[in-house]
Design a protein around this ligand. Structure first.
Ligand code: HEM
Ligand code: HEM
Ligand SMILES: [Fe+2]
Length: 442
């Protein structure tokens, strides 16, 4: 840690980790509900829909906290200055956490907007917007005051502004459902396949540069290419969500072609990382952070690139739309691209924030492998359930519940590997919060 104000990042990370654990407990309840019949009295008090809203909103909340903490860690080092206002950063953390808790308690009592992933009710939306504006103001002012612009800073700020602007499109409610879903996708798709990719590319570039010792120009050159491609394919790629919602026919072509090109920038990111493996100048002090970086690049490619591509063409999506095939891709992509990115950032920054140069990574390694393998199996099991579901429901034209009976076994398998995932995650959370210096290596 070079700047005092970077310390705030620690509290963002420490807040994100227990929320991640809570997200997983709710995921287990969901998989359990698919496999076994939960007594009606419990369902009346705590329905699948409520648990699902909590599972997905917690995901978004902890990841945004991670991105914000990452930004507060990186910006001082990039601008070579302290953060504009530490007080604002604290205020914004508390406001966001309070909104998150209010939303979760609200869901429990049925206070929800009902739109998946963006269930939080309008009054709370306004608090989120104020929090986001304070965050952007704080980050932008730090950069403007320092006036030492770099491509990493520009990409990070651009991605964060884009992310905040898109949120606004999810706030109004349109009476016409086609229009409502049309804009809902601007938030969901353009977040994960646009704005978040930019934030990720910037954070990834920063950490690669720091841990490999490769020159800034090498890292930044790729950043421009990747960003250009992400925007080019990602924006028109939104069309892969407009096939069946009642939007014009031309989206079948636009969505199909552009989204099929989306894996390209992800592949470039992977090749770029592999190049750094060869080119690296410095001895890598903390191999676990490096494992996370390489793991993230490969998993991002598999989850988003490969599993996204598999169902993105309208000819295939016609059968798989909204099935467990989608859920399989959703889990592998979110875990590969954004959970691993966040955990890589935590493993890079948290020891430094505690003044530890080389950390003991024995527990952390175990956590990484258990989580990565368990999630890959979970993705495959969701996928098998999804193919059975698509076949029985869409190809054979049989009923919803008939398909459910074929899926049950595989959802049970998801539950059991989910327990292993929880074990890996709890190890990782404990390790990060109690990280220790490595014993002297001889
Ligand atoms: C890191 C990046 C990505 C993440 C986190 C992600 C995540 C998700 C999630 C959570 C959904 C489900 C949304 C819902 O219906 O509730 C989804 C749907 C979808 N994704 Fe991705 N995705 C990513 C990248 C991609 C890419 C690169 C492609 C194409 C190559 C793709 C293709 C699709 C398609 C076609 C659907 C709609 C499935 C359906 O019709 O049910 N995704 N994605
Ligand atoms: C023990 C681990 C987990 C289990 C058992 C689990 C289970 C589930 C289940 C059963 C659903 C509902 C699917 C449906 O509505 O049909 C779901 C939704 C979802 N989960 Fe998980 N989950 C786990 C961990 C995770 C993790 C680590 C992430 C992200 C990194 C994640 C992201 C999501 C997303 C994005 C959705 C919505 C998918 C969609 O809209 O298609 N889950 N989860
Ligand atoms: Fe998409």
């Amino acid at each position: 840690m070079e700047y005092r104000s970077q310390k705030i990042a620690y509290w963002y990370f420490a807040a994100a980790l227990p929320l991640f654990a809570l997200q997983i407990l709710l995921g287990l309840y969901l998989a359990f509900s698919y496999t076994w019949t939960v007594p009606q009295s419990i369902v009346d008090a705590f329905s699948f829909a409520t648990a699902r809203a909590m599972h997905t909103n917690l995901l978004v909340l902890w990841m945004l906290l991670g991105f914000m903490g990452g930004t507060y860690y990186i910006v001082p080092e990039e601008t070579k200055s302290e953060i504009y206002s530490e007080k604002l950063a604290w205020f914004q953390l508390i406001a966001l956490l309070a909104t998150g808790v209010a939303a979760l308690v609200g869901f429990f009592f049925g206070w929800t907007q009902g739109r998946p992933l963006l269930e939080i009710p309008s009054p709370l939306d306004f608090v989120v917007v104020v929090g986001a504006l304070i965050f952007l103001f704080n980050v932008a002012m730090t950069m403007i005051k320092a006036n030492r612009w770099t491509a990493i800073q520009g990409t990070l700020l651009g991605g964060l502004v884009f992310l905040a602007l898109l949120y606004l499109f999810g706030m109004p409610f349109y009476k016409n459902l086609v229009i409502d879903w049309y804009y809902w996708w601007w938030v969901i798709h353009l977040w994960v396949e646009g704005a978040w990719e930019l934030v990720t590319a910037a954070i990834f570039a920063f950490i690669l540069m720091k841990i490999t010792g490769v020159e800034r120009q090498v890292v930044e050159k790729w950043l421009y290419v990747e960003i250009g491609l992400f925007l080019f394919t990602g924006i028109a790629g939104t069309g892969h969500h407009y096939y069946w919602i009642g939007a014009p026919r031309y989206w079948l072509w636009i969505g199909g072609i552009f989204s099929a090109l989306e894996p390209l920038p992800i592949l470039l990111m992977l090749l770029d990382t592999m190049n750094h493996v060869k080119e690296r100048k410095a001895k890598i002090l903390n191999p676990l952070t490096w494992t996370y970086a390489v793991g993230c690049a490969i998993y991002h490619m598999i989850g988003a690139g490969v599993f996204g591509f598999l169902h993105t063409l309208p000819q295939i999506n016609y059968y798989t739309h909204g099935s467990q095939v989608t859920v399989s891709h959703g889990h592998l992509a979110f875990f590969g691209a954004y959970a691993l990115l966040n955990l890589m950032t935590f493993y890079y920054a948290m020891p430094k924030l505690k003044g530890i140069e080389v950390y003991d990574d024995s527990r952390g390694k175990y956590g990484f492998w258990v989580m990565s393998i368990a999630m890959m199996l979970m993705g495959l099991f969701f996928g098998v359930a999804g193919v059975l579901q698509s076949y029985v429901e869409r190809a054979m034209g049989m009923g919803f519940m008939t398909a459910q009976s074929y899926m049950r076994l595989w959802m049970g398998a998801v539950f059991f590997v989910g327990l292993a995932f929880l074990g890996g995650l709890l190890t990782t959370v404990t390790d990060l919060l109690t990280i220790r210096p490595a014993k002297a290596r001889v």
